[in-house]
Design a protein around this ligand. Structure first.
Ligand SMILES: NC(=O)c1ccc[n+]([C@@H]2O[C@H](COP(=O)([O-])OP(=O)(O)OC[C@H]3O[C@@H](n4cnc5c(N)ncnc54)[C@H](O)[C@@H]3O)[C@@H](O)[C@H]2O)c1
Ligand SMILES: O=c1ccn([C@@H]2O[C@H](COP(=O)(O)OP(=O)(O)O[C@H]3O[C@H](CO)[C@H](O)[C@H](O)[C@H]3O)[C@@H](O)[C@H]2O)c(=O)[nH]1
Length: 340
């Protein structure tokens, strides 16, 4: 089986290419490199021992997409390509809707034209907004708190509507909780451009000496230690969730949603402690005011994925921080600036 992986050079897409390859599925990457480096390909080759095919292109480009789908004879698309910075999305909403919603329409049209009728879509727990109850299950009402979040809700709706209209179309929307960690080889991980927005890359860059300290956003939340709680899951577990979704949904049609998380929450202070153990040093941090738009706590009910896909997140928080540290200490500046 061959699949087209949009955004396959990015953090989650590249790790998913490894899981696909290991499952005997051939990934072909389609990416415009807006938030990734071509060096990812060399790392993928070192890990898998094979050259993964790469097509440089933009998901907004219908012609390039149709050509890629025809040329590769893909039987499904894993659609990771998106912009993902929540804060930036509030400043540039149109860019986010264009890239995350309009480009998804272009992709779906190209798939229909070429006769590819299966998509695995990268969604996010951010679609649930402020918790009305916890843990979040897939029935929790959807309400985003940023244009990024709305772009995921809108794209899910578009895909859902297409499944209602086209009886031969299959879509699986995977709602990721907080993906962290790196490939255990230490050869591939997350290398954000500029100042990281997310907690783990910030801690990792602090541990490696690129930043003086971590700001803990909020110490007065109604959580056991006052800092925010999230459901962190290892990126390789997440990657395997895509394989499970692809293999489970073969002959059926329609729109399916799954939460991918561990079902367990960890606080910011717990994550910093686990990272200190991994790095064998104290991580300097300071308590800071709450970050605008953050909620105190959320975590997944992943029962549906456990039962229907046979998928469970297997890595502990300590494994997540160990793997992040291995990657960050091998490549302190990320791949972009490495000479290897
Ligand atoms: N990382 C997270 O915390 C998280 C959480 C929930 C959901 N997601 C979703 O998972 C997906 C992957 O996220 P990631 O963390 O790997 O992000 P990433 O930025 O590392 O990867 C996205 C990739 O898509 C590419 N891309 C973006 N727009 C494109 C376009 N128009 N055409 C072609 N390529 C394009 C980028 O160059 C990049 O390689 C995204 O859809 C994101 O919204 C991420
Ligand atoms: O420097 C930092 C960065 C983050 N945090 C805290 O760490 C926790 C996690 O924050 P992240 O920014 O890593 O992740 P979020 O939960 O805010 O959001 C992430 O996960 C969501 C899915 O659950 C969405 O996909 C979203 O796009 C993605 O950024 C929060 O309590 C946050 O306040 C800090 O204390 N200091």
């Amino acid at each position: 089986m061959k699949v087209l992986v949009t955004g396959g050079m990015g953090y989650i897409g590249s790790h998913s290419c490894i899981a696909l390859y290991e499952a005997g599925i051939t990934p072909v990457i389609f990416d415009n490199l807006v938030n990734s480096s071509v060096k990812v390909l060399e790392q993928l080759k070192k890990i898998t021992g094979t050259s993964i095919e790469f097509i440089e292109g933009d998901v907004s480009d219908a012609v390039a997409l149709e050509q890629a789908l025809r040329q590769t004879n893909a039987s499904a698309v894993l659609h990771f390509a998106a912009l993902k910075a929540v804060g930036e999305s509030t400043e540039q909403p149109l860019r986010y809707y264009q890239n995350n919603v309009a480009a998804t329409l272009t992709l779906l049209e190209a798939m229909q034209k070429v006769g590819v009728n299966k998509i695995i879509f990268s969604s996010s727990a951010t679609v649930y907004g402020d918790p009305q109850y916890l843990p979040f299950d897939e029935q929790h009402p959807l309400r985003a708190t940023s244009p990024y979040g709305w772009s995921k809700i809108m794209a899910e709706q578009v895909v859902n509507d297409l499944c209602c209209a086209a009886s031969d179309f299959l879509a699986v929307s995977l709602r990721y909780f907080n993906p962290v960690g790196a490939h255990p080889s230490g050869l591939l991980g997350e290398s954000p451009q500029g100042t990281p927005n997310n907690l783990l890359p910030f801690i990792a860059q602090t541990a490696v000496g690129r930043r003086p300290f971590v700001k803990v956003y909020g110490s007065d939340y109604p959580t056991p230690d006052g800092s925010g709680v999230r459901d962190y899951l290892h990126v390789m577990d997440l990657a395997k969730g895509h394989v499970a979704a692809l293999l489970h949904h073969q002959a059926d049609k329609g729109f399916h949603t799954y939460n991918l998380g561990t079902g367990q929450g960890h606080s910011v202070l717990e994550v910093i402690r686990a990272f200190s153990v991994s790095a064998g040093k104290e991580i300097p941090f300071t308590l800071a005011p709450r970050r605008a738009g953050d909620v105190a706590c959320y975590y997944a009910d992943a029962t549906k994925a456990n039962q229907l896909l046979g998928w469970t997140a297997e890595h502990s928080l300590q494994q997540m921080t160990d793997d992040t540290w291995r990657w960050q200490s091998n490549y302190p500046q990320g791949l972009e600036y490495s000479d290897e």
